[in-house]
Design a protein around this ligand. Sequence first.
Ligand code: GCV
Length: 696
Amino acid sequence: MMRGKGIVNRLAAIAAALLVAGPLHAEDGYALWLRHAPPEGEGRSRLARLGGLIVANNPDHPTVALAMRELDDGLAQLRGGAAAADGAATGIRFDCHDPAVARGGAFRVMADKASLRIAAGEPVGCLYAAYAILRELGQGVDPAKLALDEAPAMPLRMLNHWDNPDGHVERGYSGRSIFDWWHLPEKLGPRMIDYARANASLGINAVVVNNVNARAFMLEPRYIAKLARLADAWRPYGIRVFLSARFSAPKDIGGLATADPLDPQVQAWWRAKADEIYAAIPDFGGFLVKANSEGQPGPQDYGRTHADGANMLAAALGMRGTVIWRAFVYQAEDTTDRTMQAYAEFQPLDGQFADNVIVQIKNGPLDFQPREPFHPLFGAMPKTRLMLETQITREYLGQATGIAYLAPLWKEVLDADTGRGGPKPKTVAQIVSPVGMAGVANTGSDRNWTGTHFDQANWYAFGRLAWNPSLTSEDIAREWTAQTFTRDTETVRRIAAMMLGSRDLVAQYTAPLGLAHLMGTGHHYGPSPWVCDLERPDWNPCYYHRADKDGIGFDRTAKGSGALAQYAPSIAAQWADAATIDEKYLLWFHRVRWDHRIKGGDTLWERLAAEYAWAEIGLRGRIQSWEGLRPHIDAERHAAIAADMARELKDARWWRDASMAYWQSVNGLPLPAGARPIPESLEAYRARTFPEAPGQ
Ligand code: GCV
């Protein structure tokens, strides 16, 4: 089929022209990285030739049709609304069933002056190619020089939504849930399509639509109908839907007396449930399960193991789908170091999980802290399919305040050498690549989707790293910035630099030198290192920092909890000595005296004070730098980001003042020379409450 300058093209051109003439909404961030802003000068004239004629060998396939439309519309926008130049137009040809290209989303793009050819092993590869072309052009690449040959590194590139059916998002900081369960299945809001586009543009191909703290009623027929509507809408975008399943559902909604995974009636109930779902959604992805963790029901309620529970659900799905079983477990009764509990429970089960079970492991052994060493289960379960769970929403990193670009955090984990996996030890990326990566979504009903504009970069970076974990944080920051703000080279460089250092700044003022979990109770916002009276020891900040008049830090060496021994000996050796360990992990693995000398000569106390001070300097520098970018950024987003930055500086000072006041109250030391005085008393910081915090 030929589409030439058809009506769709003309409509896209009109829409793009309107955008250029003056968008209805100024730059409010809704378009994400898919703005397709026209380049200036030479870039624009190069684009003028592209996109006159788009052909495909199977244009009626919904995904192929989508790929053609997305490319056509995107090019029209990039051309600033002008139609492709007559006569000289470059032909574009899609071949979406090319046996020479792998299936599963791989594609090739080859260009010369006269043509642009796209080859893929299956239609979704063509869709990914269309977005990749627009991404390249969006960064100013010459269309005649386009040459791409890509394949996703990981088969599952998944978002986990912690969205509840009532619209509240657990740990969500960008408004209400984007899922309108009340109006589904009859009504599908346009955001559901824009969301699918954004995901597909990154290669994200799986979505768990509901919170892992799951409600059983989401498995009832009316919800299956709602989910089927979403699945139908997202199928052309290559996205499969998954559900978080509550393990006790056979009891909660099935009328059974038990949810014991070895009970034949329970097994039959789940089989029937799976059949019912597959009748409505033939490509249903499967179940994500949080079991025996933080009060959620699970197989251990019946004396069974995680493997018993996961395998029972896996049998119900059969090879149609996958059970993703989370390893985020810790027990109230267990007094072992909390960071050791998941390993202790799961490692002995290696080799016992069914083929269609994946064990999903958080990046670190605690809980999405600003900095953690990689989870010791990576590398320790070679006979189990392991998937990495990251958190895109910033529960412990300032939520939707300020900037914390998370690619460097995820890269730290992906690139970590586990010291295990044979003579050539594997990195975490190598271990999870055959399986996948999940990110806890940060989307919400806010106009800009993610609460702050910069948090869009985390959604973007998650998708890009799941597609290709060897991309650098800097490359991703640059490509996001060019598409989201401006192609101006110097501005891109400066924004990328701000992004790259941002997570370290957050770690520096909230959790310096390897401290962790010092955040406020419940909402996890702001400093509360003094909290020590919560029901469970491991919910208390004092459990993690262990500060007293002699020293600070958690001894996880053989003299302490022994957690180090869960790592491969070669890795444990790097962290075993407080004198040589990388300082960013010092207080995670060691308890040291306040007068312990850090490399460079400072005492621990002096260095701690310096970390807070450096963070403040860094944040002030960033505010200045952002001010200098005013001429290059649209006024609406510039102002919003400036406000975010000002708030972050205020919060960082609060973190420093409250933390230092508390540390002083336990160590009795004077402030190190030159340190800024603490403006308020410890009591005043302790007395602060803020019930309006979103995570409350
Ligand atoms: C969905 C942390 C969060 C919880 C979250 C839990 C999990 O504890 O604070 O909100 O629950 O992790 O990952 O299951």
